[in-house]
Design a protein around this ligand. Sequence first.
Ligand code: SF4
Length: 502
Amino acid sequence: MRVHLVNPSHISFGTAVITPRWLYVLAAATPRSWGDPVLCDETLELLDPAAIAAGDVVGIGIHTANALRGYEVGRLARERGAWVVFGGIHPTLYPDEALDLGGAHAVVKGDGDEVWATVLDDCARGEPKRIYEAGQVPGKDFKSARWDLLPANRYMWASVQTVRGCPKHCSFCSVWRTDGQAPRQRDAEAVVAEVVELRRRGFRFIALADDNFYPVTLADLAQAARRSDPARLRLLEAQRAERFELMARLAQLPDDLVFYTQITMEAAEDDAFLEAMARARIRGALVGVESVTPEGLKDVYKGFNLTGDELVTRLRKFEQRGVYVLGSFIFGLPSDRPETFDATAELAERAGVAFAQFVMLTPFPGTVDFERWEREAHEACERVDGIPVSRHWLIHPERRPKVYAPHPVMSPDEIRRRTQGVWDRFYALPRIWARARVVRSLRGRLAFVLISKLYRQMYANTGIATDSARMARSARMARWIAKPCRRLFMAAPMPDLQVPAA
Ligand code: SF4
């Protein structure tokens, strides 16, 4: 009786950019009495169903985008007589779907870190519950990942989590609803121990897979002080102090490490925080710019962002402190107009962002935007292969319509073409090469160019393109680029590296 953990994907690249952290965390949550779980990341290779035997337990983690493939895997595993258990954001929102369509015996809602051992015991007794309400585990109880189970030479970046939850409430994002608005921060020592283990194995680049690395802003502190709320102020100050403690510990690690995280733009006004990030070698951050107009920010409930020259200055501040920005922009907001596309591309260039992603406003389950759109889509009763478009993730990928929120002045195709145009402009080779000047060594510049091209192939062409031949070409190209890219990111292992004394 073995445990299998599967990260489903319709497309396999042979090499992946970032380790799917949940696989290795759930492996750690699997009691040793079950033996080492068999891990399958389908972004590398598809599952071999013959590896599953009757009585095994197959845990499948899904989000909305890979739900359909997850359900195929679930049915395959059930046909082979295995116990099938689903977890992840999507089954947390739609548990019945996994039970009805994915062959699931059980669904875990919420964080699996603690409940997984119980699920396995219940399966062993032949009595799994249909639903496990696992809720939100406190930061101190997050499991450290089983990196000893990593396959050799497959991933470029490792991933470590330092905090779950985000206090904001952006309308296109489900994180604040599924992970909660109270930041759950992990103990610095647990984070450092994982980073040391990864560096021993030759990983230099580590993504801090956090919802929001900067959960307490200066404005939050000022507001708590203004409201004469000493308890709230003490809590926020303690949370902020924990962030600084973590960054101070990261700063003690080997100086060839590079961290990357996700953060809100407000961090740029917090000099002490930016300095601590630089010392900790947090050299890159995904910053959700979303829109370059005040109307656009209002559309997504993100009024705390800036626009125009102030936005350029704020984004440049990250770079001045050595934190390179991956700017994330959304197209298709109700206030967007045809001229918004060029204005966004120009601003991204003026602000000196090193990387950028341009996503089309897509209503994802669990978000405020989705609820609004779902009501309208339900009224319109549009269907593909008998499936309502409000459940677009259940339609076969080849026939799946790209689902975008309806727009007052542009058609979905116009938004898609213009978005593709901005990707083409931002990732033209001469522009990438000019941006690569932020890296000093030739090897570093080469890595910058390759990762830019890879990102573009993996995301823009497979994510936005509507034509399947183009998607297949992009997947082939990504496969081809990924191998040399991986070698550029790795370093000589440091097997004797120790956790520095606190
Ligand atoms: S988009 Fe970012 S800042 Fe907004 S709620 Fe989601 S995680 Fe938080």
